[in-house]
Design a protein around this ligand. Structure first.
Ligand SMILES: [Cu+2]
Length: 310
Protein backbone atom coordinates (compact mmCIF):
# COMPACT_ATOMS: atom_id res chain seq x y z
CA UNK A 1 0.00 0.00 0.00
CA UNK A 2 1.46 3.25 -1.08
CA UNK A 3 0.89 5.24 2.11
CA UNK A 4 2.54 2.66 4.36
CA UNK A 5 5.89 4.05 3.34
CA UNK A 6 4.82 7.57 4.20
CA UNK A 7 3.52 6.51 7.58
CA UNK A 8 6.70 4.68 8.43
CA UNK A 9 8.54 8.01 8.49
CA UNK A 10 6.82 9.10 11.66
CA UNK A 11 5.62 5.82 13.02
CA UNK A 12 6.45 5.83 16.70
CA UNK A 13 4.24 2.97 17.81
CA UNK A 14 3.90 -0.41 16.25
CA UNK A 15 0.56 -1.54 14.92
CA UNK A 16 -1.68 -3.49 17.27
CA UNK A 17 -3.68 -6.15 15.48
CA UNK A 18 -7.14 -7.36 16.44
CA UNK A 19 -7.66 -10.99 17.25
CA UNK A 20 -10.21 -12.49 14.87
CA UNK A 21 -11.50 -14.93 17.48
CA UNK A 22 -12.34 -12.09 19.83
CA UNK A 23 -15.22 -11.06 17.59
CA UNK A 24 -17.19 -14.02 18.97
CA UNK A 25 -18.25 -12.33 22.17
CA UNK A 26 -19.73 -8.90 22.74
CA UNK A 27 -17.60 -8.27 25.81
CA UNK A 28 -14.36 -8.78 23.95
CA UNK A 29 -15.74 -6.70 21.06
CA UNK A 30 -16.17 -3.75 23.39
CA UNK A 31 -12.71 -4.18 24.89
CA UNK A 32 -11.10 -4.31 21.46
CA UNK A 33 -13.03 -1.28 20.26
CA UNK A 34 -11.53 0.69 23.13
CA UNK A 35 -8.01 -0.53 22.46
CA UNK A 36 -8.55 0.32 18.78
CA UNK A 37 -9.13 3.97 19.57
CA UNK A 38 -5.88 4.47 21.45
CA UNK A 39 -3.77 7.27 20.02
CA UNK A 40 -1.19 6.12 17.49
CA UNK A 41 -0.24 7.14 13.99
CA UNK A 42 -1.09 4.02 12.16
CA UNK A 43 -3.40 1.05 12.37
CA UNK A 44 -2.34 -2.39 11.19
CA UNK A 45 -2.07 -1.54 7.49
CA UNK A 46 -5.44 -3.10 6.68
CA UNK A 47 -7.40 -0.34 8.33
CA UNK A 48 -7.74 3.45 8.20
CA UNK A 49 -4.75 5.40 9.47
CA UNK A 50 -5.34 6.56 13.04
CA UNK A 51 -3.51 9.74 12.16
CA UNK A 52 -2.03 12.55 14.18
CA UNK A 53 -4.90 15.01 14.60
CA UNK A 54 -7.88 15.15 16.97
CA UNK A 55 -10.20 14.73 14.00
CA UNK A 56 -8.41 11.76 12.42
CA UNK A 57 -8.36 9.95 15.78
CA UNK A 58 -12.04 10.71 16.35
CA UNK A 59 -12.83 9.45 12.82
CA UNK A 60 -10.92 6.25 13.47
CA UNK A 61 -12.73 5.80 16.80
CA UNK A 62 -16.13 6.27 15.16
CA UNK A 63 -15.19 3.93 12.31
CA UNK A 64 -14.21 1.21 14.81
CA UNK A 65 -17.34 1.79 16.91
CA UNK A 66 -19.59 1.30 13.87
CA UNK A 67 -17.49 -1.65 12.72
CA UNK A 68 -17.92 -3.49 16.05
CA UNK A 69 -21.66 -2.72 16.12
CA UNK A 70 -21.86 -4.38 12.67
CA UNK A 71 -19.83 -7.35 13.94
CA UNK A 72 -22.14 -7.71 16.95
CA UNK A 73 -25.25 -7.60 14.69
CA UNK A 74 -23.72 -10.21 12.38
CA UNK A 75 -22.88 -12.49 15.32
CA UNK A 76 -26.44 -12.27 16.73
CA UNK A 77 -28.26 -12.59 13.37
CA UNK A 78 -26.10 -15.40 11.96
CA UNK A 79 -26.02 -17.08 15.40
CA UNK A 80 -29.82 -17.27 15.60
CA UNK A 81 -30.04 -18.30 11.94
CA UNK A 82 -27.47 -21.11 12.16
CA UNK A 83 -28.88 -22.34 15.49
CA UNK A 84 -32.40 -22.47 13.99
CA UNK A 85 -31.23 -24.27 10.83
CA UNK A 86 -29.39 -26.91 12.82
CA UNK A 87 -31.86 -27.40 15.66
CA UNK A 88 -35.12 -27.31 13.74
CA UNK A 89 -34.16 -29.30 10.65
CA UNK A 90 -36.54 -31.75 9.01
CA UNK A 91 -34.29 -34.76 9.62
CA UNK A 92 -34.68 -34.13 13.34
CA UNK A 93 -38.44 -34.31 12.97
CA UNK A 94 -39.22 -30.58 13.02
CA UNK A 95 -42.74 -29.76 11.86
CA UNK A 96 -43.30 -26.32 10.26
CA UNK A 97 -45.74 -24.00 12.03
CA UNK A 98 -48.12 -23.00 9.25
CA UNK A 99 -50.55 -21.18 11.51
CA UNK A 100 -48.38 -18.11 12.22
CA UNK A 101 -48.68 -15.83 9.18
CA UNK A 102 -48.48 -12.43 10.84
CA UNK A 103 -47.31 -10.97 14.14
CA UNK A 104 -47.63 -7.26 14.84
CA UNK A 105 -45.46 -7.70 17.92
CA UNK A 106 -42.56 -9.10 15.83
CA UNK A 107 -42.95 -6.35 13.23
CA UNK A 108 -42.71 -3.67 15.92
CA UNK A 109 -39.63 -5.33 17.49
CA UNK A 110 -37.74 -5.66 14.20
CA UNK A 111 -38.50 -2.06 13.32
CA UNK A 112 -37.68 -0.50 16.69
CA UNK A 113 -34.38 -2.33 17.29
CA UNK A 114 -32.72 -1.22 13.97
CA UNK A 115 -34.00 2.33 14.52
CA UNK A 116 -32.37 2.39 17.97
CA UNK A 117 -29.12 1.03 16.52
CA UNK A 118 -29.16 3.72 13.80
CA UNK A 119 -29.73 6.43 16.42
CA UNK A 120 -26.84 5.07 18.50
CA UNK A 121 -24.59 5.39 15.43
CA UNK A 122 -26.02 8.69 14.16
CA UNK A 123 -25.44 10.66 17.37
CA UNK A 124 -21.61 10.37 17.48
CA UNK A 125 -21.47 10.65 13.65
CA UNK A 126 -23.41 13.95 13.66
CA UNK A 127 -21.28 15.19 16.53
CA UNK A 128 -18.09 14.48 14.57
CA UNK A 129 -19.41 16.11 11.38
CA UNK A 130 -20.21 19.27 13.36
CA UNK A 131 -16.70 19.22 14.84
CA UNK A 132 -15.20 18.76 11.36
CA UNK A 133 -17.11 21.75 10.01
CA UNK A 134 -16.26 24.02 12.93
CA UNK A 135 -13.45 26.17 11.55
CA UNK A 136 -13.95 28.89 14.18
CA UNK A 137 -10.99 30.12 16.25
CA UNK A 138 -8.41 28.91 13.76
CA UNK A 139 -4.97 30.35 14.42
CA UNK A 140 -3.49 30.09 10.93
CA UNK A 141 -5.32 30.30 7.59
CA UNK A 142 -3.78 29.22 4.33
CA UNK A 143 -5.30 29.68 0.87
CA UNK A 144 -4.79 26.52 -1.16
CA UNK A 145 -5.36 26.72 -4.91
CA UNK A 146 -5.29 23.68 -7.16
CA UNK A 147 -3.88 23.92 -10.67
CA UNK A 148 -3.27 21.29 -13.31
CA UNK A 149 -1.00 19.91 -11.77
CA UNK A 150 0.35 21.70 -8.74
CA UNK A 151 -0.75 23.41 -5.56
CA UNK A 152 -0.36 27.04 -4.53
CA UNK A 153 -0.09 27.90 -0.83
CA UNK A 154 -0.73 31.49 0.26
CA UNK A 155 -0.36 32.12 3.98
CA UNK A 156 -2.46 34.53 6.02
CA UNK A 157 -2.21 35.55 9.71
CA UNK A 158 1.26 34.79 11.12
CA UNK A 159 2.55 33.75 7.70
CA UNK A 160 1.10 36.74 5.77
CA UNK A 161 3.08 37.28 2.59
CA UNK A 162 4.40 33.75 2.21
CA UNK A 163 3.18 32.49 -1.14
CA UNK A 164 4.58 29.64 -3.22
CA UNK A 165 3.81 26.79 -5.58
CA UNK A 166 4.35 23.18 -4.64
CA UNK A 167 5.09 20.86 -7.57
CA UNK A 168 6.22 17.28 -8.08
CA UNK A 169 9.88 16.83 -7.15
CA UNK A 170 12.22 16.68 -10.12
CA UNK A 171 13.63 13.18 -9.53
CA UNK A 172 10.08 11.77 -9.58
CA UNK A 173 9.24 13.90 -12.60
CA UNK A 174 12.26 12.62 -14.57
CA UNK A 175 11.64 9.00 -13.59
CA UNK A 176 7.97 9.11 -14.64
CA UNK A 177 8.74 10.12 -18.24
CA UNK A 178 8.17 7.40 -20.80
CA UNK A 179 11.51 5.75 -21.64
CA UNK A 180 13.39 7.61 -18.91
CA UNK A 181 15.35 4.48 -18.11
CA UNK A 182 15.11 5.35 -14.41
CA UNK A 183 13.75 2.65 -12.12
CA UNK A 184 11.05 4.33 -10.02
CA UNK A 185 11.98 2.04 -7.13
CA UNK A 186 15.28 3.89 -6.86
CA UNK A 187 13.52 7.25 -6.40
CA UNK A 188 12.79 8.01 -2.73
CA UNK A 189 9.07 8.73 -2.16
CA UNK A 190 8.37 8.29 -5.87
CA UNK A 191 5.45 10.56 -6.92
CA UNK A 192 4.89 11.48 -3.27
CA UNK A 193 7.45 14.24 -2.96
CA UNK A 194 7.39 17.92 -3.86
CA UNK A 195 9.92 20.69 -4.32
CA UNK A 196 8.40 22.89 -1.58
CA UNK A 197 6.15 21.31 1.05
CA UNK A 198 3.42 23.10 2.95
CA UNK A 199 4.94 24.04 6.32
CA UNK A 200 2.66 24.29 9.35
CA UNK A 201 3.15 24.55 13.11
CA UNK A 202 2.11 21.71 15.44
CA UNK A 203 -0.47 22.32 18.19
CA UNK A 204 -2.09 25.04 16.05
CA UNK A 205 -5.55 25.02 14.53
CA UNK A 206 -4.82 25.42 10.82
CA UNK A 207 -7.62 26.34 8.43
CA UNK A 208 -7.28 25.75 4.70
CA UNK A 209 -9.36 27.75 2.23
CA UNK A 210 -9.51 25.56 -0.84
CA UNK A 211 -10.26 26.60 -4.37
CA UNK A 212 -9.09 25.82 -7.88
CA UNK A 213 -8.09 27.76 -10.96
CA UNK A 214 -9.07 25.14 -13.55
CA UNK A 215 -10.76 21.83 -12.75
CA UNK A 216 -11.87 20.12 -9.55
CA UNK A 217 -8.96 18.92 -7.43
CA UNK A 218 -9.03 17.51 -3.90
CA UNK A 219 -6.52 18.12 -1.13
CA UNK A 220 -5.99 14.95 0.85
CA UNK A 221 -3.68 13.95 3.70
CA UNK A 222 -4.86 10.67 5.28
CA UNK A 223 -2.87 11.11 8.51
CA UNK A 224 -4.71 14.37 9.17
CA UNK A 225 -8.14 12.90 8.41
CA UNK A 226 -8.32 15.77 5.93
CA UNK A 227 -9.77 15.62 2.43
CA UNK A 228 -11.81 18.23 0.62
CA UNK A 229 -12.51 19.26 -2.94
CA UNK A 230 -10.92 22.36 -4.45
CA UNK A 231 -13.58 23.66 -6.85
CA UNK A 232 -13.24 26.61 -9.27
CA UNK A 233 -15.42 29.51 -8.13
CA UNK A 234 -15.97 28.08 -4.64
CA UNK A 235 -14.04 28.29 -1.40
CA UNK A 236 -14.17 25.17 0.74
CA UNK A 237 -12.89 25.10 4.27
CA UNK A 238 -10.95 22.41 6.06
CA UNK A 239 -9.18 22.37 9.41
CA UNK A 240 -6.75 20.23 11.35
CA UNK A 241 -4.55 20.52 14.39
CA UNK A 242 -1.52 18.26 14.53
CA UNK A 243 -0.74 17.11 18.07
CA UNK A 244 2.47 18.57 19.54
CA UNK A 245 5.23 15.98 19.42
CA UNK A 246 3.97 14.66 16.07
CA UNK A 247 6.17 16.95 13.98
CA UNK A 248 7.41 15.39 10.75
CA UNK A 249 6.63 14.91 7.09
CA UNK A 250 3.12 13.80 6.09
CA UNK A 251 2.12 12.88 2.58
CA UNK A 252 -1.03 12.82 0.53
CA UNK A 253 -2.24 13.28 -3.01
CA UNK A 254 -4.79 15.06 -5.12
CA UNK A 255 -7.85 12.86 -4.68
CA UNK A 256 -9.92 14.07 -7.64
CA UNK A 257 -9.42 12.80 -11.18
CA UNK A 258 -8.21 16.16 -12.40
CA UNK A 259 -6.75 15.31 -15.78
CA UNK A 260 -3.80 13.71 -17.49
CA UNK A 261 -1.24 14.35 -14.76
CA UNK A 262 -3.61 13.77 -11.84
CA UNK A 263 -1.16 11.30 -10.33
CA UNK A 264 1.65 13.84 -10.33
CA UNK A 265 0.46 16.51 -7.89
CA UNK A 266 1.22 15.10 -4.43
CA UNK A 267 0.67 16.94 -1.18
CA UNK A 268 3.53 17.08 1.32
CA UNK A 269 3.12 18.76 4.70
CA UNK A 270 6.09 19.53 6.91
CA UNK A 271 4.86 19.91 10.48
CA UNK A 272 7.27 21.88 12.67
CA UNK A 273 7.22 23.18 16.23
CA UNK A 274 5.73 26.69 16.53
CA UNK A 275 9.22 28.17 17.08
CA UNK A 276 10.65 26.42 14.02
CA UNK A 277 7.63 27.53 12.00
CA UNK A 278 8.15 31.16 13.06
CA UNK A 279 11.76 30.96 11.98
CA UNK A 280 10.76 29.39 8.67
CA UNK A 281 8.27 32.25 8.00
CA UNK A 282 10.98 34.82 8.72
CA UNK A 283 13.39 33.01 6.41
CA UNK A 284 10.78 32.92 3.63
CA UNK A 285 10.04 36.61 3.99
CA UNK A 286 13.74 37.50 4.03
CA UNK A 287 14.34 35.38 0.93
CA UNK A 288 11.49 36.94 -1.04
CA UNK A 289 12.57 40.45 0.02
CA UNK A 290 16.07 39.74 -1.19
CA UNK A 291 14.78 38.43 -4.49
CA UNK A 292 12.41 41.40 -4.76
CA UNK A 293 9.70 39.14 -6.05
CA UNK A 294 6.23 40.28 -5.03
CA UNK A 295 4.37 37.09 -5.97
CA UNK A 296 5.39 33.91 -7.70
CA UNK A 297 4.39 33.46 -11.32
CA UNK A 298 2.38 30.39 -12.20
CA UNK A 299 4.88 27.78 -13.41
CA UNK A 300 4.61 26.99 -17.11
CA UNK A 301 1.81 24.61 -18.04
CA UNK A 302 2.13 21.88 -20.62
CA UNK A 303 0.90 22.80 -24.13
CA UNK A 304 -2.87 23.24 -24.19
CA UNK A 305 -3.30 20.59 -26.86
CA UNK A 306 -1.79 17.99 -24.56
CA UNK A 307 -4.02 18.83 -21.62
CA UNK A 308 -6.94 16.72 -20.66
CA UNK A 309 -9.68 18.51 -18.82
CA UNK A 310 -12.21 16.41 -16.96
CU1 LIG B 1 -5.67 17.48 -8.96
Amino acid sequence: MRFNRARAEHDNSRPRGFSGAAALSLASCAALALSGTAAANTSNGYNLPIGVTDLSQAMYGLHMEVFWICVAIAVVVFGVMIYSLVTFRQSKGAIPDTTMVHSTKVEIIWTVIPVLILVVMAVPAADLILKQEDTRNSELSIRVTGYQWKWQYQYMNAGEGVDFFSTLKQDSNFARQLGSGIDPKTVPNYLLDVDKPLVIPSGTKVRLLLTSMDVIHAWWVPDFGAKRSAIPGYVNELWFKVDPGKEGIYRGQCAALCGRDHGFMPVVVDVRTPDDFKKWVEDQKAASKQAGAPAPAVPADPPTSARVIN
